[in-house]
Design a binder for this molecule. Structure first.
Ligand SMILES: Nc1ncnc2c1ncn2[C@@H]1O[C@H](COP(=O)(O)OP(=O)(O)OP(=O)(O)O)[C@@H](O)[C@H]1O
Ligand SMILES: [Mg+2]
Length: 165
């Protein structure tokens, strides 16, 4: 089996992160799952805001920390999930998380590590890492599965970058 391809991008501002998210969001379809990783304040919600723009979501996207899941109407539904406060997979199962993953819309999951066992094997993992400057972030996309690879390739073409293995 070949290694999962990795696509690295550097963002210099929240707006730039939103633009990358929006490019990706425009490519998404029902069943796609994005896993957003990175420490507190890394920019996961900012990226999710961009995805929402690309999906044609009109309402504001804020952190769903206290409700765990926000559902937004767009070109297809966007399920914005934040598992930061979860204790484990059991909790996640209790909130019916699996219904939202690969379901009738696009799932965008912050802190997927909190329920790693429930994440579908096919997903696009997006890790945001702090850069040298305050407003710089490394955005690293790793594709697991054919459809996520297609998405990654299309995003790479859209941004002029090339995935590496
Ligand atoms: N290049 C950048 N990309 C994204 N956010 C940036 C960037 N530069 C600075 N920021 C700032 O970093 C913060 C990111 O906040 P955000 O809520 O998106 O983080 P988060 O990863 O969702 O955190 P949490 O784990 O608490 O949900 C914002 O205040 C944003 O303005
Ligand atoms: Mg957040």
């Amino acid at each position: 089996m070949s290694a999962a391809p990795v696509l690295d991008m550097v963002s210099h501002s929240p707006d730039e992160t939103r633009r990358v998210g929006a490019l990706l969001g425009a490519l998404l379809a029902t069943g796609d799952v994005l896993l957003l990783e990175g420490r507190l304040g890394a920019g996961k919600t900012v990226f999710a805001q961009g995805v929402a723009i690309g999906l044609g979501v009109a309402d504001p996207v804020t952190s769903p920390t206290f409700t765990l899941i926000h559902e937004h109407a767009g070109r297809v539904p966007m399920y914005h999930v934040d598992l930061y406060r979860l204790a484990g997979d059991t909790d996640a199962a209790l909130i019916g998380l699996q219904e939202y993953l690969g379901g009738n819309g696009v799932a965008v999951v912050e802190w997927p590590e909190r329920a790693a066992g429930l994440m579908p094997p096919e997903h696009l993992r997006i890790v945001l890492l702090p850069g040298e400057e305050d407003d710089t972030r490394l955005i690293r996309l790793t594709a697991a599965g054919n459809r996520p690879r297609e998405l990654q390739g299309a995003l790479a073409r859209g941004t002029g970058l090339r995935p590496t293995v």
